[in-house]
Design a protein around this ligand. Structure first.
Ligand code: PBG
Length: 322
């Protein structure tokens, strides 16, 4: 046997490739910042910006033209808009809701418009939920806030909400709230297996996070795999339409196990730290940037992700088109 026969030229390699990557597989996370008058650079994520409402519209239209499968929106409120319960996350005129409305009016149904459903961007303490007097995160008090957020985001026009707060029971509560408000067609992309990861570092800059301490009482321990299957099973039972594993590259084993365990579409989130590492190494001339981008995205697909959220979505779509 000579396995090299099937590697001899690009045509053969293309014919036998087990994993294909196309623009429609990719989702672009985007940030919209309250009060911004133009795009604001994020130093730890070179090439990624906090958008103004105007630049968000334009960039969303560009993403659609590039053929991306979806857009995931994050709001960055002004520091003065943050409070203990994350009120601007449920204000119909909060920055995220305005961003959703702008993007939906710009792109309509030509791509899937998703919104991050979590409180951390909006709370002054930076946690993903409401705090008790002792500073711990109160799971069940937070659920009511998430339910409200889901309805407000759906009313702003989000096609799909992305609960990322890792509170127990969040998917069931969100699904029930959406249904009760008549948003039966708004789908839920559950961040089911979300690890307490150091790879979120640059994202905290991107959303100007005020968090002190960590999220280890609600996000998962990187040492564990089996509990991801439990989280995913619960989310599917509670009504998740899709499930996600996050981060991507350090958790490809989890992605494979999840993809084998469920019959709903599986997404992977290539997070800010994964982006920053590759950009930094490439800027130093230490790795081939474009090849590395496509290799990591292909790896997530090979490990079982149907969808990959990546800050390179538009650029990668261009590379794949060419
Ligand atoms: C929480 C949230 C985070 C990310 C997405 N949603 C940060 C966190 O959990 O601390 C991280 C995304 C990234 O690092 O690219 N709303």
């Amino acid at each position: 046997m000579r396995p090299r026969r099937l590697r001899r030229n690009p045509a053969v390699r293309r014919l036998v490739a087990e994993t294909r990557l196309s623009p429609a597989d990719l989702v672009l996370p985007m940030f919209v910042r309250e009060g911004a008058t133009g795009p604001v650079a994020i130093p730890s994520m070179p090439g990624v910006v906090q958008h103004s409402r105007e630049s968000l519209r334009k960039a969303a239209a560009e993403a659609v033209a590039a053929g991306v499968g979806g857009i995931m929106l994050f709001g960055v409120p002004a520091p003065s808009s943050k409070d203990a319960v994350g009120s601007c996350g449920t204000d119909p005129n909060g920055i995220l809701q305005l961003g959703i409305r702008d993007v939906v009016s710009e792109v309509g149904d030509s791509t899937v418009v998703m919104s991050d459903l979590c409180l951390d961007e909006f709370t002054d303490h930076g946690h993903c939920g409401i705090l008790r007097a002792d500073g711990s995160v109160d799971n069940d008090a937070t659920l009511g806030r998430y339910a409200e957020m889901a309805v407000v985001q759906a009313e702003a026009g989000a096609h799909m909400v992305g609960p990322s707060g890792m509170m127990d029971g969040q998917i069931g509560v969100i699904r029930a709230a959406l249904d009760a408000a008549g948003h039966v067609d708004t789908s839920v992309l559950a961040y089911s297996a979300k690890y307490a990861s150091a790879f979120y570092g640059p994202f905290r800059d991107a959303v100007e996070s005020t968090l002190e301490g960590d999220r280890k009482t609600y996000q998962q321990d990187p040492a564990n795999a089996r509990e991801s299957l439990r989280e995913v099973a619960l989310d599917v039972a509670e009504g998740a339409d899709l499930v996600m594993v996050k981060p991507a590259l350090p958790y490809l084993d989890i992605l494979r196990q999840v993809a084998d365990a469920v019959d709903v579409p599986v997404a992977a989130y290539q997070v800010s730290g994964e982006y920053a590492m590759i950009e930094a190494a490439a800027a130093n001339g230490w790795i081939d940037r474009e090849r590395t981008i496509l290799e990591t995205l292909t790896s997530a697909r090979r490990a079982g992700a149907r969808i990959v959220l990546t800050y390179w979505a538009v650029e990668a779509a261009g590379l794949l088109q060419r």
